[in-house]
Write a protein that binds this ligand. Structure first.
Ligand code: AMP
Length: 224
């Protein structure tokens, strides 16, 4: 075992995107977000994007076969051979089984699944104020993490918008989907001894510190 293959699990609004920005800077691991990949496909008008959009807009999940193929391609790329951090995948036990099979075929396995845990009420509060930049998807929050100039991205000067699926009616559907389809992964990975829990209600800096500490421990345990 000489690589760090990590999964991030958590409800929408748990802060995975915020942590992604930080972890990208900390570790030389590709950060693979299926939500970001799908949004890029929608923006580019690809066949996959066209098929995915109606599921995304309603707060449901894109069918497993589409997602599994997309992730399989991504994990075969050169930069993912020494480890990766997956955000937003797997989201069903079917996807988790497919991922385990794919990795096993390559003689690899998941190192750990990090659960960033946040209660529903907090999710709704966070998501209603969330804004992203149109250019690169940098994240802000109108109350907790406002940009220096209202409506403008600090990092690239592009416009800030609310994601279509962050609208209040869609958020409840996304939460329902999370509890029905994705939360079973908590037991799935716990039973395999792979689950690490992180309190996502803490500040972004504290969550970041905790994740780094968990990763440092995993590196020691696995000597990676
Ligand atoms: P996210 O940015 O991770 O919240 O993803 C946004 C939307 O993309 C989700 O609400 C789903 O519709 C879709 N999506 C992202 N990842 C997956 C996945 N692993 N399986 C199915 N749908 C997904």
């Amino acid at each position: 075992m000489s690589e760090l293959n990590l999964i991030l699990i958590g409800p929408p609004g748990a802060g995975k995107g915020t942590q992604a920005d930080r972890l990208r800077d900390d570790f030389r691991l590709p950060f693979i977000s299926t939500g970001e990949m799908l949004r890029a496909n929608v923006k580019d008008g690809t066949e996959l994007g066209l098929q995915a959009k109606r599921h995304m807009d309603s707060g449901g999940l894109v069918p497993d076969e589409l997602i599994v193929a997309m992730v399989a391609d991504r994990l075969h790329q050169g930069d993912a051979q020494d480890g990766f951090i997956l955000d937003g995948f797997p989201r069903t036990t079917g996807q988790a089984d497919a991922l385990a099979r794919q990795l096993r075929d390559q003689g690899r396995r998941i190192t750990a699944a990090l659960l960033i845990d946040v209660p529903d009420a907090e999710v709704v509060r966070r998501i209603s104020g969330r804004r992203v930049c149109v250019k690169a998807g940098h994240n802000y929050h109108v109350d907790f993490d406002p940009p220096k100039t209202e409506g403008i991205c600090d990092q690239d000067g592009s416009r800030l918008i609310q994601r279509d699926d962050d609208r209040p009616d869609v958020v409840q559907n996304r939460l329902d989907t999370y509890h029905a389809k994705t939360a079973p992964l908590i037991d799935y990975y716990d039973e395999q001894g792979l689950l690490r829990r992180i309190d996502g209600t803490r500040s972004p800096a504290e969550v970041h510190d905790h994740i780094r500490a968990v990763i440092a421990t995993l590196r020691l345990e696995d000597d990676v």
